[in-house]
Design a protein around this ligand. Structure first.
Ligand code: GTP
Ligand code: MG
Length: 236
């Protein structure tokens, strides 16, 4: 109908104007049209996050229901907020029309493992799946970032089926231990508090803590067999 045509027109215009105009109108907290543009962009990602979360949780369910140890301890997912998309567009000089190609983490899945050894198992599960293809991987587990951040990142292409038909979108899957997650959650809060400029004395403490997490993870690995024995005997 007529309304649909108007929205479609503005959506195209919005894409062409790129970055800035959308930014300004959004900041003025404008019309439902602007909201519709964002909704059209983000809805497929919302579906992807919900599907992927369900699929990984289901894997966990399968392991558990067979009384097996599961390399996946917990799964969370989120769609990047509009304000954080806008921040990243500014920071990385990404135009509105390039968002879907260049912003790999609009759909974010986080898989938490108990042990470091579980991480490659989860990565292999992802590599062998037929419903997603790996675009690239970043191993911050063996090569920690200078901040001390550790995690294994897999960027995948994932297909969703929408009202308008099929669409392939990118999703960032972060795989990390509970220890790594503890560290990055705290560090993230500090980044937020200090607007990315964490004071030196806290940076030092964070680096020390990151080292302590490496030790903790490997200590936990060394008692891993005993924990698994205990879990198995609980089930029998
Ligand atoms: P962004 O960091 O997302 O802008 O993109 P990038 O291309 O640099 O990718 P990278 O692999 O460095 O980071 C992707 C994601 O990993 C981030 O969005 C964070 O969720 C997480 N991450 C990366 N570095 C750090 C870090 O130093 N601390 C914390 N807490 N998280 C990090
Ligand atoms: Mg980064």
């Amino acid at each position: 109908g007529g309304k649909g045509c108007v929205i479609l027109y503005l959506y195209t215009a919005g894409i062409r104007t790129a970055g800035k105009r959308i930014f300004i109108t959004y900041k003025r907290q404008e019309s439902s049209m602007e909201i519709q543009i964002w909704r059209d962009l983000l809805d497929p990602y919302d579906l992807a996050v919900r599907e992927l979360t369900t699929k990984f949780e289901h894997l966990r369910y399968e392991y558990k229901s067979r009384g097996l140890y599961c390399p996946i301890e917990q799964v969370t997912g989120r769609v990047k907020t509009i304000s954080s998309i806008l921040d990243k567009m500014q920071k990385k000089q990404i135009e509105m029309a390039e968002i879907e190609e260049r912003m790999e983490d609009i759909a974010g899945i986080r898989i938490i493992c108990q042990f470091v050894e579980d991480i490659p198992k989860v990565v292999n599960m992802i590599r062998s799946r037929r419903d997603m293809t790996v675009k690239h991987e970043k191993d911050y587990v063996t090569h920690a970032k200078t901040s001390g951040y550790r995690s294994y990142h897999v960027i995948v292409n994932y297909g969703v089926e929408l009202m308008s038909g099929p669409k392939t979108i990118q999703a960032e899957i972060q795989i990390r231990t509970m220890g790594m997650n503890f560290w990055s959650t705290i560090e993230h809060s500090l980044q937020y508090k200090y607007k990315q400029n964490i004071p030196d004395h806290l940076r030092e403490k964070l680096l020390k803590s990151a080292d302590a997490i490496v030790v903790l993870d490997s200590e936990m690995s060394s008692v891993r067999d005993e924990i698994m024995d205990a879990q198995n005997s609980m089930q029998h």
